[in-house]
Ligand binder design. Structure first.
Ligand code: FAD
Length: 141
């Protein structure tokens, strides 16, 4: 049985570009062994991550990530059983949000900033889907 989980969190101030690269590198090395695929977005100190795979694998990984001291306020936004993967080609894709269109953010939130804490889980998922469609997933799968 496949599930998709999405959460938001706040990076601690020490998380810089090098730390981000280390997280993505670790994910790319661990996730294939777990059969987990997904995407990680990072913008202005906010992480938004989607994980998909077997229910046990996704739950165990989420619990491990939630305990990571490099971020706080880990908040589950969406969890659902799925018929097929959305990110099958990515052990952990990284979305480049530097060219994010403010109009896209305004479509879903009060301000043109990524604020998954201020909107419902369904809205976060809709925003995430649009981010996937409009922003580019960078790096090697
Ligand atoms: P090791 O890398 O050997 O780490 C051992 C322990 O040290 C773990 O408890 C780990 O949390 C901790 N640790 C390692 N590096 C640091 C550091 N720089 N600062 C503080 N503590 C550290 N991991 C995945 O496998 N897949 C993912 O998709 C994934 N996504 C993540 C998304 C975010 C936003 C964050 C913050 C972390 C993510 N991680 C992910 C990392 C995850 O939290 C664990 O650090 C990692 O899975 C542990 O890998 P490991 O078992 O090989 O242990």
């Amino acid at each position: 049985m496949l599930v998709r989980l999405m959460y938001a969190s706040r990076a601690i101030p020490a998380v810089d570009q090098d730390e981000l690269i280390a997280i993505v590198r670790k994910s790319k090395s661990n996730n294939p062994k777990l059969g987990v695929t997904g995407v990680l977005c990072f913008s202005e100190g906010i992480f938004l991550q989607a994980l998909e795979g077997g229910r046990s694998a996704v739950n165990q990984l989420y619990n491990r990530i939630a305990a990571d001291p490099r971020h706080t306020q880990v908040e589950l936004l969406n969890y659902s059983e799925i018929g097929e993967r959305r990110f099958a080609g990515w052990s952990m894709g990284q979305v480049n949000l530097s060219r994010l269109n403010p109009a896209l953010l305004l479509k879903y939130s009060e301000k043109p900033a990524l604020d998954p804490y201020g909107v419902s889980g369904a809205v976060s998922m809709a925003l995430f889907e649009e981010l996937m469609a409009t922003a580019s997933v960078v790096g090697q799968p």
